[in-house]
Design a protein around this ligand. Structure first.
Ligand code: HAM
Length: 436
């Protein structure tokens, strides 16, 4: 029966807007070609996490808005400007997670994880959403790899360990010329003093409107302001390192000693405060030369659990922006040379061979041997061309005659030499040839 062509009325054609063929602003498809490199980077992430004994955790992509308002802080860019929020039919107010530290702590508290041996070392890898102005390296949907060490003591060893794991991961994926910027922003005891000094200083300066609004509520954030009015002002601001109490000083000194011990270079940046409210003591960001966008950032957050209404739970951690990593290492030749593992290519000719071809693929799978195929309607020459393009060392040619005789042709793609073997022996023969 001839296919009935349904005409789209002219009016509807006009109604199909070009935006329908466009992913939302700042959100991108990750196409098959991109996965070659991305999978490799993810694999390293998993290996590093396992080596340093982090166990995987996955939390929902949606959380209660209140979790971030309380955890990340009301007077932060993330909560004030960047959350994607929605109301469910039942009336709950949820947010697409703008970060994963607060969700991990929520999960820890929800499941009474303090009863497990402490600390819990957790890692995650997943999408995060922030309504930011999209630009290179800054997206509205991006992927974070995170390491969190939750519970136990507020031990500087854990701060160092989250930095070490991140640094080794970045080294392993071939990020070059890294700098770790590090600071301590004190604790409940010493920070109020510093805040007072900071407010006194800033009150005498000319600052941007945003900062003027934040001065009373969250003065530390002024050190983070990128506005050109404020940038020169921050140079003269008092350093928090001069205001640390003796416990915070000792804690910070130990973190730095641990980093020295394993040869991780760092530079002190007394203006580094981070844009999230849950931090205390150690904060850090890791950069690569030529970019002012952090590849990874984190710090200690001993008060987050209490901010969420839970029991006091010291914790520290870090998150890595995977898109920023991928963009940084993409040009590395080690990745450019990386291709799929060479695979055998199954060529079939004629309809009858399709079924047996499918069964043969399953046989290869049982032996854990990768095999490529083009079970479409392409001609023999088109399939051979494809096999050559995929750099398959061996092609298996399965024609009507072979199907009938229960045999298959093995073709050496390098020299074109062909040999017919019984179908029941083909897996074994391919294995032997690939090993040789
Ligand atoms: P964050 O600095 O907001 O910290 O984000 C961590 C990392 O995510 C950044 O260093 C950056 O690489 C990446 N990133 C942030 N925003 C974007 C964006 N719009 N597009 C692409 N990449 C981006 C946190 O999220 C904390 N939860 C980190 C942490 C974990 N602290 C303790 N534990």
């Amino acid at each position: 029966m001839p296919a009935i062509k349904k005409e789209i009325p002219k009016k509807d054609k006009e109604a199909v807007k070009p935006e329908l063929f466009q992913s939302p602003k700042g959100m991108h498809d990750i196409l098959p070609a991109e996965w070659i490199l991305r999978d490799k980077v993810y694999k390293v992430a998993k290996e590093i996490a396992e080596f340093y004994n982090f166990s995987k955790i996955e939390t929902p992509i949606l959380e209660n808005v209140e979790l971030f308002v309380r955890g990340v802080g009301e007077v932060t860019d993330i909560v004030e400007k960047e959350m994607f929020t929605l109301r469910t039919k039942g009336g709950d107010k949820l947010a697409l997670r703008p970060e994963i530290t607060a969700p991990v702590m929520r999960s820890y508290l929800q499941h009474g994880s303090h009863k497990l041996p402490q600390p819990l070392k957790l890692y995650y890898l997943g999408p995060v959403f922030r309504h930011e102005k999209p630009q290179a390296g800054r997206y509205r949907q991006f992927t974070q790899l995170g390491f969190e060490i939750v519970g136990g003591e507020s031990d500087p060893l854990y701060d160092a360990q989250s930095i070490i794991a991140t640094y080794r991961f970045l080294e392993e994926v071939k990020v070059k010329n890294m700098t770790v910027q590090i600071n301590s922003i004190g604790c409940r005891v010493c920070r109020p003093n510093y805040r007072r000094r900071l407010v006194e200083y800033y009150k005498k300066q000319k600052i941007c409107k945003d900062c003027a609004n934040r001065l009373d509520k969250n003065p530390l954030r002024l050190l983070d302001c990128k506005n050109e009015i404020c940038a020169p002002v921050k140079i003269g601001a008092p350093s928090i390192l001069d205001s640390l109490c003796s416990a915070c000083k000792a804690h910070f000194k130990e973190v730095l000693e641990f980093l020295d011990e394993v040869g991780i270079p760092y530079s002190l940046n007394p203006h580094l405060v981070r844009g999230l409210d849950y931090y205390n003591r150690t904060v850090f960001e890791i950069f690569t030369e030529g970019s002012d966008l952090a590849l990874a950032s984190g710090g200690r957050y001993d008060y987050l659990a209490e901010m969420l209404g839970g029991r006091a739970t010291p914790a520290t951690g870090v998150a890595v922006g995977m898109e920023r990593i991928i963009e940084t290492v993409r040009a590395d030749t080690a990745y450019q040379n990386h291709r799929f593992r060479p695979k055998v290519f199954l060529i079939h000719v004629g309809e009858v061979t399709k079924k047996k071809g499918l069964a043969l693929i399953e046989e290869f799978r049982r032996e854990n041997m990768p095999i490529l195929e083009a079970l479409g309607k392409d001609s023999l020459s088109a399939q051979l061309e494809r096999a050559a393009k995929m750099k398959s060392p061996i092609a298996l040619i399965f024609g009507q005659k072979e199907a009938y005789e229960e045999s298959i042709i093995i073709r050496d793609m390098e020299n074109g030499v062909q040999e017919s073997v019984p179908l029941s022996k083909v897996v074994e023969e391919v294995k032997r040839r690939l090993k040789a």
